[in-house]
Design a protein around this ligand. Structure first.
Ligand code: SAM
Length: 249
């Protein structure tokens, strides 16, 4: 499939160097484990994983640490791949630039599972989301699952332990730009970023249009096993992340 548009990087991905210093503890404790669980990472059926929008390679690295799988980690931003290759090289991770926004270097049905973590909200054009989903559907094998992880559009404005997505009290419309704040440890100034608001229904529509079935929405909250976020974290009562997944039949 040839993508209809070449996705354009948006504001949120200009600060990849700064992003390295963001403390992604909630993502590590709640978000990524939910994605790994949805995809069956660690099971013998998942040998090759596509990480679409891999950024500096943090998630790909967690996949190879948690399993024997091989990861094809792709990104549209050359700087992201530079950081990933320099700081997180691994013999089972193949960092690759997208090919005009597509994955022409991957054969149809060649990966067992795929994820896009914090990619949809960095993308301001709905067509680009459709292209990502369509290309992912093409390269997944039948029975393979695609999981998309993002800040939860239903909990914008809530101050979580290390981030706040959107302004308190504001209601955002589909695709609207929204200001987010990421905390950094050691007294460093917080990062102010701009991303895009996509309602949960948009994720379902995008995956459904690409042909994914058995769509599942998961909004994990903090459990007793993850008390590292302090005594009364917002993550215990409000789901900070949204994980939407579907299967290629
Ligand atoms: C916020 S970063 C997230 C990185 C990583 N997935 C993580 O969870 O740490 C979003 C990444 O998605 C990439 N991206 C955005 N749109 C893309 C597209 N259409 N194709 C490939 N990468 C894309 C950006 O370049 C950026 O590196």
């Amino acid at each position: 499939m040839t993508p209809r548009t070449t996705p354009r990087p948006t504001d949120g991905i200009d600060d990849l160097d700064d992003l390295e210093s963001y403390d992604d503890l909630p993502e590590r404790l709640i978000g990524y484990p939910a994605v790994f669980h949805a995809l069956g990472i660690g099971s013998c059926a998942v040998r090759t994983v596509l990480d679409f929008g891999c950024g500096p390679g943090k998630v790909a690295t967690r996949v190879v640490e948690a399993s024997d799988a091989r990861v094809v980690a792709v990104d549209i931003a050359p700087r992201a791949l530079e950081i990933a290759r320099e700081r997180r090289p691994h013999p089972r991770i193949d960092y690759r630039p997208t090919d005009d926004g597509g994955l022409g270097f991957l054969a149809e049905g060649s990966v067992d599972a795929a994820m896009a973590c914090f990619v949809f909200t960095t993308t301001g054009e709905i067509e680009a989301l459709h292209d990502i989903a369509a290309e992912t559907h093409r390269v997944l094998r039948p029975g393979g699952r695609f999981a998309v992880l993002d800040a939860n559009p239903r909990t914008t404005g809530i101050r979580f332990s290390t981030f706040r997505s959107g302004e308190p009290g504001r209601v955002y419309t589909k695709g609207e730009r929204r200001r987010s704040r990421l905390e950094r440890p050691g007294g460093a100034a917080p990062l102010e970023r701009v991303d895009h608001h996509w309602p949960c229904q948009t994720y379902l529509d995008v995956l459904g249009k690409a042909g994914f079935t058995d769509l599942d929405v998961h909004e994990p909250v903090l459990t007793h096993t993850s008390a590292l976020l302090g005594s009364d974290p917002a993550e215990a009562g409000h789901p900070p992340f949204l994980v939407v997944s579907g299967v290629k039949r």
